[in-house]
Design a protein around this ligand. Structure first.
Ligand code: PLP
Length: 396
């Protein structure tokens, strides 16, 4: 006998992975330069050079037993202090090293936070469009996953819908900004208005509702503010990752931040640490903790993402494609000509243009493109986008 829901998850590969594998197969047949793969969010800029230099330095100057040994379950103090100091310097925040749990990237961090908040009947509200893995994470944790419909066309937050959907069982609201898949950054005004809605509901229901901010893309913003959300709403738990900000997705390193002035802060932190422990997710990779202790202040060089973003946004908009302004992350979320994103993506696939339909993100009718790709591939793909648009215009 097997756990059938676990089996179903493992047996059915994600549509994004399927597309990516398909792209590899097609490249072998038609040539790498004739496949336009916009499926997968693997960073395409190298880590800042200081990261590799620091790895070498640590291997030279630190006792090997320390480099490869177990760390404290919640993470090395030096790592937590470096992150705390960096946030305090950047945002004028008052974080303390004790507020941080060092995790293996945003995915297991979210799982730990969901489990910590999973009381019987507890509900999690996610804002569409959202990262598809949220649903299995929440459901496996024991929370009921509820989706707030997208606020089209801006892809900010539909606050009336949030107001309607908060119930006495709502444990937390999950937000992701800069957003995967829309590339939108929630504005300070949106976040303040969200706080107002949550606070009203807390008064009505008399219990805390946490905001969970999933922030792997915090450093990927192009000339707009990404507010430090605990300064707007103190009951915010941040799940951060270095996967995208320092281009380290394979190293599995990030942190959870529980503000010292959050409701029941100490108990909340202990519940998260306990949930991580029960999931076997403690002692994040020791070498990478030591790297972060020395590199927490580094930021990515966004020039090549920004060039890609502009080329696609300007090129596709001029052809008549519609999308929200992509101010962050490395995604564009585009309205499918003809309205059916699955059909549109199938037609694109016939031209070896690989686009991800929005259904899995809770937003049918749109498709995602991931622009952490080469600029040359973008240039080669633009005529294909133009030809598709023409075909769909003719069909109308
Ligand atoms: N959250 C979002 C919105 C993501 O896009 C991703 C990865 O693409 C994750 C979480 C998981 O990131 P990590 O590699 O830190 O586990």
């Amino acid at each position: 006998m097997l756990n059938e829901s676990a089996y179903a998850l493992g047996a059915n590969r994600s549509c994004i992975r399927d597309l990516f594998e398909y792209g590899r197969q097609r490249a072998a047949v038609v040539g790498e330069e004739n496949v336009f793969d916009y499926s997968l969010g693997n960073p395409s800029i190298p880590s800042p050079p200081e990261v590799n230099e620091t790895v070498h330095a640590i291997l030279q100057d630190t006792d090997s037993l320390l480099v490869h040994g177990y760390t404290s379950a919640v993470g090395d103090y030096a790592t937590r202090k470096a992150i705390s100091d960096d946030l305090n310097a950047r945002y004028g925040a008052l974080t303390a090293p004790e507020d941080f749990f060092i995790g293996c990237g945003a995915a297991p961090e979210l799982v730990a936070v969901f489990r910590a908040l999973a009381i019987p009947g507890g509900e999690l509200l996610a804002i569409a469009p959202y990262f598809p893995e949220y649903k299995p994470f929440a459901e496996e944790a024991g929370l009921t996953f509820q989706v707030v419909p997208p606020d089209v066309p801006s892809f900010q937050i539909d606050l009336d819908a949030v107001k309607r959907m908060i119930t006495p069982n709502t444990q937390a609201i999950l937000i992701n900004s800069p957003n995967n898949p829309s590339g939108v950054v929630y504005t300070r005004e949106t976040l303040i208005a969200l706080r107002r809605v949550i606070t009203e509901k807390i008064m009505e229901y008399g219990h805390t509702i946490y905001l969970i901010a999933d922030e792997p893309y915090r450093e990927l913003a192009y000339g707009v503010e990404v507010p430090f959300i605990p300064h707007i709403y103190s009951d915010t738990i941040i799940c951060y990752s270095y996967s995208k900000s320092l281009s380290l997705p394979g190293e599995r390193i990030g942190y959870i931040y529980v503000p010292g002035d959050a409701t029941e802060s100490k108990r909340l932190y202990a519940a998260i640490a306990g949930a991580a422990r029960a999931a076997g997710h403690v002692c994040a990779p020791s070498l990478w903790q030591k790297v972060i202790a020395r590199c927490a202040h580094l930021r990515p060089d966004l020039k090549s993402y920004d060039r890609n973003r502009k080329a696609l946004y300007e090129g596709l908009t001029a052809m008549g494609y519609e999308m929200a302004k992509p101010d962050g992350a490395f995604y564009l979320f585009i309205k499918a000509p003809g309205g059916d994103a699955n059909y549109f993506s199938e037609c694109a696939k016939e031209k070896d243009l690989l686009l991800v339909p929005g259904d899995g993100f809770g937003c049918p009718g749109y498709f995602r493109i991931c622009y952490c790709v080469s600029y040359e591939m973008i240039q080669r793909s633009l005529p294909v986008f133009a030809a598709l648009m023409e075909e769909f215009r003719e069909e109308e």
